[in-house]
Design a protein around this ligand. Structure first.
Ligand code: HSE
Length: 443
């Protein structure tokens, strides 16, 4: 066997993932070298502060605050700093110096992905990002490599652990949204500012990455329709469970044909949705993640596991380190991102979906017929109707006896028609209020 020189790995960022990656590289150096076919050496870890406290200790002589010099001495650069800058500039410097780059930075990929991939292609380097979606779960490589011979039709993903934890607490413990968020914060799942998670921004960035890979099409993060979980109520979660559903924040990426124009394209969206309690995603509890992929030939596939965590995410990063190192040993340029399909990214109004709508209505003769006519006039077909006597504090004593709750499930219809129906319901004289509007997925 030809002896290959030691490959040098620079880690940028000494946080929970960075320090675990450094530790694993040092601890498993010989085993990794055997798998690579070349020695592997931790060149250093660039940090903001040498003396910052760390969960996993990094030998002091490996720490540096000079990321730029560290990059210049490396064959492989692992970016785990997060944020857009200086991560973007440092990655570009690393690629331009011929190093392969590994990143877990989904915000950076979703915002500056094309620029970074272009830079990698120019110099024949490779940009790896297994840890950017789903933490420890292998999902990038399955989409990019294992399913490259198939056609992905749809992805339904639980790709944000914090929101899954919150919704699961509401479902399993009957906690309000505010209490479940407080629990998530106390246990360290939610950040001090939870907006990126509860607002669906983190999931939308991951949806952009998954859709781009799955459909061989560049899907920018700002083309992902996004609703967070902040409007989800305990009442909705409890009612969903009674009706045989679970509320989940889903990232949905799919091929579709616009129902009006007939244009074939793709769409990516993030929003809370009802899924049947028998769907595999309904069994994803706590802060876990799962990605359910439907491919034409392979059929349904589910990828499940820890979506965050220092050592768990380090597993995905180290898999990329081994891949990058093997490529150095074998030689040849990195493989460019596949965007050959270049399909139009269609807006949310093109999506076909089902809704479940709960209404507080006047319980009087003819009301059901009026509401049914309203659905019909917007071209939305009603599948199920359930009525119960409403007990609602907000109604006056005079109104209360004549109020009923209607829960209407629709057949699949266009988002545009469904949105127009909900708007018309909101202003209808027989509807006191629209109390819940949720999409239904996974049927
Ligand atoms: N904040 C993310 C989550 C983890 O809650 O899943 C990092 O992507």
């Amino acid at each position: 066997m030809i002896e290959y020189r030691n490959l040098r790995v620079a880690v940028l960022g000494g946080g929970s993932v960075g320090s675990q990656v450094a530790d694993q590289l040092l601890t498993h150096r010989d085993e990794l070298a055997a798998r690579i076919g070349a020695g592997i050496e931790l060149a250093g870890v660039a940090v903001r502060s040498i003396d910052a406290p760390r969960d996993t200790a990094i030998p002091r002589e490996l720490l540096t605050t000079d990321a730029e010099s560290l990059i210049l001495s490396a064959d492989i650069v692992v970016e785990l700093m997060g944020g857009l800058e200086p991560a973007r500039t440092l990655i570009l410097q690393a690629l331009n110096s011929g190093a392969d780059v590994i990143t877990a930075n989904k915000a950076l990929l979703a915002t500056h992905g094309p620029e970074l991939f272009e830079a990698a292609e120019q110099v024949g380097a490779q940009l790896y990002y297994e840890a950017a979606v789903g933490g420890a779960i292998p999902i990038i490589r399955p989409l990019r490599d294992s399913l490259a011979g198939d056609r992905v039709k749809r992805i339904l993903g639980i790709v944000n652990g914090t929101t899954n934890f919150i919704l699961d607490r509401m479902d399993a413990h009957g906690e309000s949204m505010a209490d479940a968020l407080a629990t998530a914060t106390a246990l360290g799942y939610a950040e001090a500012d939870p907006t990126a998670d509860v607002g669906g921004y983190d999931a939308a960035q991951k949806a952009a990455i998954l859709a781009s890979l799955a459909f061989h099409t560049l899907v920018p993060a700002d083309a992902v329709y996004r609703e967070g979980i902040t409007e989800v109520t305990l009442e909705q979660v409890v009612a969903a469970r009674k009706a045989g559903y679970v509320v989940k924040l889903l990232a949905i990426c799919e091929r579709l044909t616009d129902p009006v124009t007939g244009v074939d394209g793709v769409s990516a969206r993030v929003h809370p949705a009802l899924i049947p309690d028998t769907h595999p995603l309904a069994a994803v509890h706590g802060a876990n993640n799962a990605v359910f992929v439907e491919a034409e030939a392979a059929g349904p596939l589910m990828f499940y596991g820890a979506g965050a965590g220092g050592i768990q995410t380090a597993s995905a990063v180290l898999g990329d380190v081994v891949s990058a190192a093997r490529r150095h040993v074998v030689g040849g340029p990195g493989v460019a991102e596949s965007t050959h399909a270049n399909l139009p990214v269609l807006p949310i109004s093109s999506v076909m979906t089902r809704y479940q709508i709960a209404l507080l209505v006047a319980d009087e003769p003819g009301v059901l017929a009026l509401i049914a006519a309203l659905f019909q006039s917007h071209g939305v077909s009603v599948e199920t109707v359930a009525q119960s006597v409403a007990v609602v504090d907000s109604l006056s004593a005079t109104d209360a006896p004549s109020a009923a709750t209607l829960v209407i499930g629709t057949h699949e219809a266009s988002e545009a028609d469904l949105a127009a129906t909900v708007a018309a319901l909101t202003t209808s004289s027989v509807v006191h209020s629209v109390t819940s509007v949720l999409r239904v997925e996974g049927l």
